[in-house]
Ligand binder design. Structure first.
Ligand SMILES: Cc1cc2nc3c(=O)[nH]c(=O)nc-3n(C[C@H](O)[C@H](O)[C@H](O)COP(=O)(O)OP(=O)(O)OC[C@H]3O[C@@H](n4cnc5c(N)ncnc54)[C@H](O)[C@@H]3O)c2cc1C
Length: 338
């Protein structure tokens, strides 16, 4: 690997070289680089990207800007390059609720609103007040409110748009104990009616650790590789009739979210499935893993095999959750209908 090798900056450990690579801890330097002509891609922790073996023809900026400012009434402003879990840990230490179930998610604060991170019944959009975004088209930064971000399940207006870069995030947390837990497994792990922040944090980290979903779990992944498909309610009901036990959750507006991990296992890809150097995590069927020395092409081949297998047996197309960088065409796009 060279110092421009992007594999070193991605938790999946794959990817070729960038045209240029800079690690930046000053916002003015970041803005200067964003005002320069040419492709620029910003990375935080590289925990939600799959980078092509051919690399990317862009200046890649790894954001390391720092600053966590705790205000009155539960407000917190954080620089985009801060570690997300440092914010979550700080909130718990101050007795602030709203992000406790998002403990242990790898990556940066700036990327959190990009895909509206979520886990164990919480999403960052619930506490997002506003986000300061640099727009490469206008050459200026301004605050976007929650509505402008248009958050939905694992998506906001910023996802897949390299011309808009988050510089700072402001959250509105609530002073007091954690809100009642929405996730059954977490409630069972906590085991008490009114848990403290420390108890919720320990339970979330324990649950994530058991699935290999912590940054230091020794598994090279991008977390969940596919999003849970959201389908019309009648379609979900038909699937449930055919495949008893399919877990699903109402997603509003007559739509239902299906458990992608369950679909994958039922389609014949159990946890621990391997194809050469790529595999599914032995702890979590939804996580594609680099077993050591895999290339992006190996992971993509397995991802496509899983997509086609689930389509063949259940009629559902799984969409990737990570952002694919350096591909002229989307290698995981759905096949044309019909
Ligand atoms: C073990 C593991 C567990 C995970 N668990 C979860 C989970 O429970 N829930 C969940 O939602 N996600 C999860 N993820 C995915 C990932 O951690 C999150 O999506 C995280 O927010 C990505 O942050 P990052 O800084 O690593 O982003 P990167 O991977 O560096 O970037 C992701 C995308 O965002 C863009 N981006 C990065 N920073 C900025 C910025 N400042 N402004 C604009 N665009 C930017 C990048 O260009 C890229 O397109 C997990 C990943 C791993 C490896």
């Amino acid at each position: 690997m060279t110092e421009r090798s992007l594999a070193a900056w991605s938790t999946l450990g794959v990817g070729g070289e960038a045209r240029a690579l800079s690690v930046m801890d000053r916002e003015d330097a970041v803005i200067q680089a964003l005002r320069a002509p040419g492709e620029v891609i910003v990375l935080g922790g590289g925990s939600n990207v799959l980078i092509a073996d051919e690399g990317v023809d862009a200046h890649v900026i790894v954001l390391r800007t720092r600053g966590l400012r705790w205000g009155q009434g539960g407000s917190v402003r954080a620089a985009a390059g801060e570690r997300w879990d440092a914010l979550v840990e700080g909130a718990a230490a101050r007795g602030l609720a709203g992000v406790e179930c998002l403990a242990g998610i790898p990556g940066s604060v700036g990327a959190a609103p990009v895909q509206n991170i979520g886990a164990y019944g919480q999403e960052v959009a619930e506490v997002l007040r506003r986000v300061r975004v640099f727009d490469r088209d206008s050459g200026e930064a301004r605050w976007w409110d929650r509505e402008e971000l248009a958050p939905s399940y694992r998506h906001t207006a910023l996802k897949g748009d390299p011309r808009r870069v988050v510089l700072e995030v402001e959250l509105g947390l609530t002073a007091g104990p954690p809100a009642p837990l929405r996730h059954g497994e977490l409630r069972d792990r906590v085991g008490v009616e009114r848990p403290t922040h420390a108890q919720v944090r320990a339970a979330v980290l324990g649950a994530r650790g058991a699935r290999g979903m912590l940054p230091d779990s020794g598994v090279r992944s991008a977390g969940s590789f596919f999003t849970n498909p959201v389908v019309p309610a009648d379609r979900a009901a038909a699937l449930k009739d055919r495949f008893g036990g399919l877990p699903c959750w109402p997603e509003g507006e007559g739509r239902v979210k299906l458990a992608a991990g369950w679909l994958i296992e039922r389609a014949g890809f159990p946890r621990g499935t391997t194809r050469g150097l790529a595999g599914l995590s032995p702890l979590h069927a939804l996580a594609l893993v680099n077993l050591g020395g895999a290339r992006a092409a190996d992971l993509l081949a397995l991802a496509r095999e899983v997509q086609r297998g689930v389509l063949r047996s259940m009629g559902v197309w799984l969409r990737p959750e990570p952002v694919l960088l350096g591909f002229a065409e989307d290698p995981l796009a759905a096949p044309p209908a019909g």
